[in-house]
Each structure stands twice: as C-alpha cells, then as structure tokens.
Design a protein around this ligand. Structure first.
Ligand SMILES: Cc1cc2nc3c(=O)[nH]c(=O)nc-3n(C[C@H](O)[C@H](O)[C@H](O)COP(=O)(O)OP(=O)(O)OC[C@H]3O[C@@H](n4cnc5c(N)ncnc54)[C@H](O)[C@@H]3O)c2cc1C
Length: 435
C-alpha cells in the first residue's frame, strides 16, 4: 500500500478511478475492521456520521472457530461502550460474568492449589460483575451484525487499499478493485503491524518479551462460579478465565498460559492428554480434572507504542497505536477506550462545524488517550517483569507489596476500579451516555 501524502508531486493528483460511479464518499474511512475498528465505525455511524470500513479479511473467516481462539476479558467500561452502541445484546448470551479474581503464586503441589495472596471480590465494589469473558469470535459476530443494521456504515471486506493519499483537505483511498473512497479523515485500526502507520513514517517503540501466550479452551469437572484465576509462575502468568458452559453443561475456562518462547514449541507439540497433565501440574485440581477442548494457539508477546497517534488526516487507534502484554487482559479494553474518546472528539468537532480531519481536533484525542495508554503499558510491563522470575528479593518485594494491597480495602478498590476501566476522565460512551 502506497501512502503519497508526503510527496509534493502527488498533492491534488486525480486518482485513476476518481470519476467512476462506484466511488464512495464518506466522512471517516476506517482501515481495519477488527474488534476496535468496527466498534469505532458503529459508534460513529450510530451518531449519524457516514463511515466506510475496509478490511482485508473475509468476515466469514474472521468469525470462524478456527480463526482466533482467544477470549477477551471485557472490563465494565468496555461493556458500557458495547452496550451504548447496541453491540452488547448480540453477545450477552456468550458473556460469562467475572465475580471474583484470585491471584496465586507458585506451582500447585499434591493436587492442592498454591498460596493465595490477592483476592478481588465483586462485593468489595458494588456487587456487579468485575467484567465479562467473551470469545473473540462472538464479539466480532455481534459487531458485524450491528454494523449491518446501520445504513450509513459500509463495510468492504475482504478488500485492501492500493494507495492512500492524505491531501491537505481530504483523504483519497484507492481500493484494490479500482474504486476510490473520499473522506475527511482516515483511521488506522489495522493492528500491531499497521501498514498505515508505517506508510506515514510513524515510529514505534517495541520490546519483545521472549514469551508466547498459549491459548485454548479448557474443560473442567467442577463449575468455576465466575472466578478468574491468575497464577504467577516463574515463566510468566498462567490464567484460567471463566467462560459460559458449553452444550450438555460442560464447564469451560479460557486459558492464557505465558511461557518462555524456547519452550513453546515443545509444549504445543504435546498430545492433548500430556498437555492436560501439564495444565494440572501448574494449576492443581481446584476445578477438577482439566482437558483441552479444540485446538491450541500461540501468540508471540511484545510491547509496542507509537511515538504519536496522528499525522496529516490520519489517526491511530487500538493495537495500531499500542500493544501490551496480556497479563492483565487490557489490550482490547484500551482500544475500546480509544474508540470512546475518538468518537466523542470527532462528534464534538462536527457539532461545532469544524473539519474533523484537522490536526487540532486529532490532538485532543491524542492528549486524552496517550497518558492512559502509557500508564497501562508501564503497569503491565512492570507486572510481567516482577512476576516472570524466581529471584528471591524480587519475590519478597512483590509478596510484601501485594499483601499491602490486599490488606487495605480502599487501595484494593482503587485497583479494581482501574481494572474495570472506570477511573479517570471518562468519555460519554463509557459513562453509558450517547455521543
Ligand atoms: C494471548 C492474548 C490474550 C489477550 N487477551 C485479552 C483480554 O483478555 N482482554 C483484552 O482487552 N485484550 C486482550 N488481548 C489483546 C487484544 O486481543 C487486542 O488488543 C485486540 O485484538 C486489538 O484489536 P484491533 O482491532 O486493534 O487489532 P486487530 O485485531 O489486529 O485487527 C486489525 C484488523 O485490521 C485488518 N488489517 C490489517 N492490515 C490491513 C490492511 N492493510 N488493509 C485492510 N485491513 C487490514 C486485519 O484484517 C484486522 O481485522 C489479548 C492479546 C493476546 C495476544
């Protein structure tokens, strides 16, 4: 994909298909219709903005069981965004409430769970769920269904961009099929590898954790009672997150097992019985016998942060702007906070009759989101460093720190509200208000 915005020779050049009847005019072009890009499209279209979304993936592929394998912990603030924009009803039946989070350390032994040292309970806050676990495929399906109801939202998928010209007064995107999309603003929601970000010359800070996240659905004999287990092992965190029961009442949890990269391939190569045995060796028998259901995935884990979130008539959201360690299950939640903030900034500007692609408008979004994203990047990075090791002084420091948090209810509530995405300067969509 070519980005011609920085080339003076390209300014104002007429694209080859500019006069074709099938060309599209809209206010906002979103490149990337993943969970974040599609959520922004829905929020804006709901508020009356005309939106075109371009995604290179076929929606049927992206919602198939074999595509992703991950589930997401949806914080309460993110649930509000999905509810206010009409997406939540489409996935509510597949969402399991998190009522309790138990953090333990060390390997289980003799079938017993290991040492419990931090406990978050819904009753510590207001009795409502701390969040929900939903399979990504259901979030995608609900988003696509909602998008299909909005007349001013056009999803072009599978489709790629051949070129993007970001001119002083508008954006011109040339599609692979020869058509053009004209918009006031282009949004890069095209994930960690963001071709739009690269083409705009926006640098990123990155750090490879040397770890992979092994992901699958795990069946177990005992019900989970809405408890999310986070188990800290020297190689990294090992989480079992409560899912809805499968047909025939099979109890299920979603596994995110962080492991050193040089061990991942041998673990992935284990047969199901041996893999299940390794799970029980690490987790114990709290949920009874554990067995893998369906296939396993592994994701390389790294940190990524764009040095800025905007360029001429271009703004970055979601993983295109920031990628974090899944230790706290917050990557998508950050993306949905970007959505809520950007949608509000654009709507406020539009109501004032301003050009929504102007850098002064986009700078408000950047100021709003950058600090929150940086804070979470730092927090998840520190947590992973602190817990993914077995060094005695560090172990002592983290045990003392965590014991202090667990023993001081106001401090505990503060951390819980943060994890629920209910702290800070909250955008209207997170407060449950319309745009
Ligand atoms: C193991 C693991 C567990 C996780 N668990 C959680 C969790 O519990 N909670 C949580 O909040 N987050 C979690 N995350 C993070 C979360 O999955 C991501 O933050 C989220 O998926 C990012 O969504 P996105 O839409 O920004 O990007 P993506 O999902 O990467 O979507 C990008 C989209 O852009 C499209 N695209 C890319 N390039 C182009 C192009 N050139 N043209 C057109 N389209 C293009 C792609 O097809 C894709 O649809 C986890 C991550 C991992 C690795």
């Amino acid at each position: 994909m070519k980005d011609a915005s920085e080339s003076p020779a390209s300014q104002g050049r007429t694209p080859r298909s500019a006069k074709r009847a099938a060309d599209l005019n809209c206010e906002v072009l979103i490149v990337g219709g993943g969970m974040v890009g599609l959520s922004l499209a829905i929020a804006l279209a709901e508020a009356g903005v005309s939106v075109v979304v371009v995604d290179r993936e076929n929606p049927a592929t992206a919602t198939a069981t074999a595509f992703d394998g991950r589930s997401s912990a949806i914080a309460r603030g993110s649930q509000q965004v999905l509810a206010t924009t009409g997406v939540w009803p489409g996935l509510a039946d597949h969402a399991e409430a998190i009522r309790d989070i138990r953090v333990t350390e060390g390997k289980a032994s003799g079938g017993r769970a290991s040492h419990l040292f931090l406990h978050f309970d819904a009753s510590d806050i207001d009795g409502g769920p701390l969040g929900h676990i939903v399979e990504n495929r259901f979030i995608r399906r609900a988003g696509l269904a909602r998008a299909g109801e909005l007349a001013n939202l056009e999803l072009l998928a599978p489709m790629s961009l051949a070129a993007l010209r970001r001119l002083p007064t508008r954006v011109e995107a040339e599609l692979d099929d020869g058509r053009c999309v004209y918009a006031s603003l282009a949004v890069a929601a095209d994930g960690r590898g963001s071709p739009l970000r690269a083409a705009a010359g926006i640098a990123v800070g990155t750090w490879d954790y040397g770890q992979d996240g092994i992901v699958c659905t795990v069946g177990h004999d005992k019900p989970h009672h809405g408890v999310a287990h986070e188990h800290f092992l020297p190689s990294g965190p090992f989480a079992l997150l409560p899912m809805t029961d499968a047909a025939a009442g099979i109890h299920r949890s979603s596994l995110v097992w962080t492991e050193k990269r040089d061990l991942t391939s041998s673990i992935m190569a284990l047969d199901d019985a041996a893999f299940g045995y390794e799970l029980m060796r690490r987790f114990g028998m709290t949920l009874g016998a554990l067995r893998v259901m369906g296939r396993r995935w592994s994701y390389p884990l790294s940190l990524l942060h764009a040095e800025r979130y905007l360029d001429r008539r271009l703004v970055l959201i979601g993983d295109a702007a920031h990628g974090i360690h899944p230790i706290a299950g917050q990557g998508l939640n950050l993306g949905l906070r970007d959505v809520a903030a950007l949608a509000e900034v654009l709507m406020d500007a539009r109501r004032l009759g301003l050009d929504i692609g102007e850098s002064t408008v986009l700078e408000r979004y950047q100021r709003w989101r950058r600090f929150d994203n940086l804070a979470l990047i730092a927090a998840t990075d520190s947590l992973n460093r602190l817990f993914s090791n077995n060094i005695a002084p560090l172990r002592l420091a983290r045990d003392l720190g965590i014991a202090a948090v667990d023993g001081v209810p106001p401090l505990k509530r503060f951390f819980m509200r943060h994890a629920m995405g209910m702290v800070g300067d909250l955008p209207r969509l997170i407060r449950g208000e319309t745009l």
